[in-house]
Design a protein around this ligand. Sequence first.
Ligand code: SF4
Length: 323
Amino acid sequence: MATGTIKQAKFILDLVDQYGYRDSPFKDYFLKRINFDYLDVIRASELIDWLLKLNKQKKFPKRRYFDHQKTPIVQELAQYVFCPVSYSIKKTFILENTEDEMPIDDVEPRESYLLKRIKSLKTPIENVLKNPQINDKVKMYYKKIIENQFHDFKPFIESKLIFDGYAFPKEYILYNSEYNIKGRPHLVFEDSSGVRTAVIEKVSYKKTIPDIVWLNNRIQALSYVYLFGKLNCSKASIFYWGWENEGVWDTDRKYRVYHLDKTDFHRELFRNYLNDFLKFIKESKMTFNSSTINPEKCYKCSCRTLCDHKSGLSRGLTLPYIS
Ligand code: SF4
């Protein structure tokens, strides 16, 4: 390393400390992720600019008006389950999205990929298979896709859409007075025997779709089953969609679907998280279990810059957030 670069490297380490990783067990992970080992003058300068910008945001965060009386919403419960610190930070500050990487904690589609997919699978004959301009090889390819996907989408294709949350993007029209919480699922379907399924959709920030159901998404989906009797849902489904469409057809976007039923286990799991969440709101303080910290999750978290808990060294957590 040239002398200039060594000086830059020292400055970068100092900025990383200021960023909140001083004495942290996760500092090495952060350094690895920002490619600290591969520094030349240009890369080091870029890192310095970036860290200076983040540290400025950290030092002078934009506060939002914190209203203790405001009725919580289901997405906030899910945020709390993702990480109680991130919930507190989002309630306290306006986040500036200057991160290079896509955050993992809050990616919801603005339109329903499920409704689009249902539409494109309902009319595959017209769209692809009967189109004289499409050659046989392509037709075979799509015939296979349609056959494969039909299994996953059949229950929704054959059900009636009875609630479309995309039509009410700003209104949390369902209210549970016992727990004082509002919400709105993305979609609700009813099958021919009257069984209703609440659906939530998430967009994956990576090319790969999660091969497990994230707990925060599970709790969000279960909320619509256990909190809102008016919906009368006994099942919930979670769709993860790929960030980009992989081809030209609506059937090309990668997906994975998970189904949840009403079970004693799910009810207990949901109640426990809901009670913890409401207790935190009521008492405005809690002990943060720092053993739950995952440095990879923190690296991708949209609250990372303002978070002083990412080091794993802080236990006390308040609402509003005090670092
Ligand atoms: S950076 Fe880590 S500890 Fe901090 S809010 Fe995000 S996930 Fe939680």
